[in-house]
Design a protein around this ligand. Sequence first.
Ligand code: SF4
Length: 710
Amino acid sequence: MKKGLGFCLGASSVSVAIVEYNGVGFEVKQSSSVFHQGDPKVIFTRLLEKYYQSDMSVVVTGRKFRSLVALETISEPEATENAFLELIPDHDDFSGIASLGGETFLAYTLDNEGRINNVVAKNQCASGTGEFFLQQIKRMDLTVEETIEIAKDANPYKVSGRCSVFCKSDCTHALNKGTPKSEVAAGLAYMISEKIDELLNKVPKGKILILGGVTRNSVVMNYVRKSHSNIIIPENANSFEAIGAAIYGIKKGIKALSSLENIIIEKSTSFSYHQALQNFAHKVSFKPSKRSKAVSGQRCILGLDVGSTTTKAVVISEENAEILADVYLYTNGNPIAASRECYARLMQQLPDDIKIIGVGTTGSGRQISGIHAMTEGVVNEIVAHATAAVFFDDEVDTLFEIGGQDAKYTYIVNKVPADYAMNEACSAGTGSFIEESAYETLGIKVTEIEAIAMNGMKPPNFSDQCAAFISSDIKTALQEGISKDDIVAGLVYSICLNYVNRVKGNRTIGKKIFMQGGVCYNKAIPIAMAALTGADIIVPPDPGLMGAFGVALVIRERLALGLMDEGQFDLQSLAGREVSYRKPFICYGGKEKCDRRCSVSIIEIEGKKLPFGGACNKYYNLKGEQSFDYDKYDYVKRRHLLTFDVFAPERPLGTNPKRVGINASFHTFTLYPLFYNFFNLLGFDVVMPDEIDSEGIERENTSFCYPAQL
Ligand code: SF4
């Protein structure tokens, strides 16, 4: 009897398998997979000590980490092929193998004998991977089992599969607009199944073996089965590569180990470094917060900031804007429940007969929370944050703000926002990214980040690329043996680097800089920002409450100027006010002749049914009984008319003119008249597509957004 121990050192987990050979065939005696939380060395060493027996060969496969182990190693395709040929009896009937892992999805094609002859890799985006799915359901406060249960019969809500950032925003916006969690969870599963579908379409027709952790998600796999009835998921799909490594060891007669000492090879790293954060602590001043006690019958204003990650509320005095009560909690994908919880917690801090004369809402969930509070005081975040900053110091001219899912830059002139920028294409510079990366990859809680990062003496310089690549960098750093302190400091730097390069860009930094947003409770972040910009930074009191405080200030001013009527808001009724959701309907555009076909939710509050959602403000305006002359303000339509008709007039061309095709994307909407007239005057017919050609999509080597595909 020969015995082999195999390991697969993956991006998120370590798999182990014990295989025996009885002279006729191989038998898997044991296999399991353990998440390594960014510490593969420890898990690997523990599993080796637990399972190793003195008559076993040991072989390792997996990612980069396998090169740090002083053991016989083989590549993942080699390990997969070994297990496939030995354990799948009808292997020559298969045309491919797909591996659906935590961080990458890839497929192998097979020759007639079942040997791997090509690797079809998917693109590098994290949005379609198992780990991304886990991150998203965690944001909804769901376990994998709960997700599978609620999603299995739900109608999938359409979420973007192009980029993890957009997918994440789609989920947040859907939840903020009242779409049930079950539909969002089903939408995520559906999006992942589409990624798998895309991958499987690259494999020639025939049976396909599916491996990896995603195979355990029955909702995803059921969607995949609808378009690929030919998929087979083997037993031990999650540790197939480790099994292959064990088989390889037996077949090659690899000798047993003489000792378990010195198995890990220490290596130098491939990163450049930043300076320690400690060196810049003197460049940031943190202002202390102050609270006053509310008195019986006091007239107050309530500000509510409903963000994608957290919801914040403050109650301020009408007389002098002092903060009397505040709340900071997670939105958990349910802005109304979060708002109600805020009201309930504020109630505990205030006298029963407090008089709330105005309520303002801001943040990404401001509209739904505004409807729930029955207030017209709905204000965007730029104005709310700038108002709060100017209240503390009227000389402030630059505002850096990093929120849960967005990052903003605002330039203030004469106390009003004059320029601003947002993170449009990347989540890497946001609070939820640092929180998720630190927790998902390193098992570090958000509250622990500051102390750990400030200890880092040699933070590695991670890229300022997309969230997916930074996560890979963290994993590489771990695998290279860089300390957790340094990695966390590097992560803090990477968020600020991303902000400086991608959000602020080449915009001005003025004379007085405020940095606010919930991330500033983690002092390491403003310190890293000061290190990168070279500027002195002020963090105002309660940096995470600035949105809520700012909207309360705006309402206070509107009331004082008579721009809003005074109301009577009772915290108990607000906290107890239930909403229910009715069946959504499809908007057919109405007189605006819009063809987006948005799904519009209906919420019912105190017997009143209100349509809510859609990509435009149509239903929001209906609620406020505002009506607009859409034709007059439809500048998109006017621009279209000027670009494609007025400045590109039809001209008679000779018979059979040559034809030039121009794609209908991006700059074409600005430069079309130039190119049209140029080619047209040379006698060419100029054509532009109306729709995407499916053949073109199949020929893409990577995914593009809709405008680029056109
Ligand atoms: S909600 Fe607005 S964007 Fe959506 S279909 Fe209706 S009119 Fe068009």
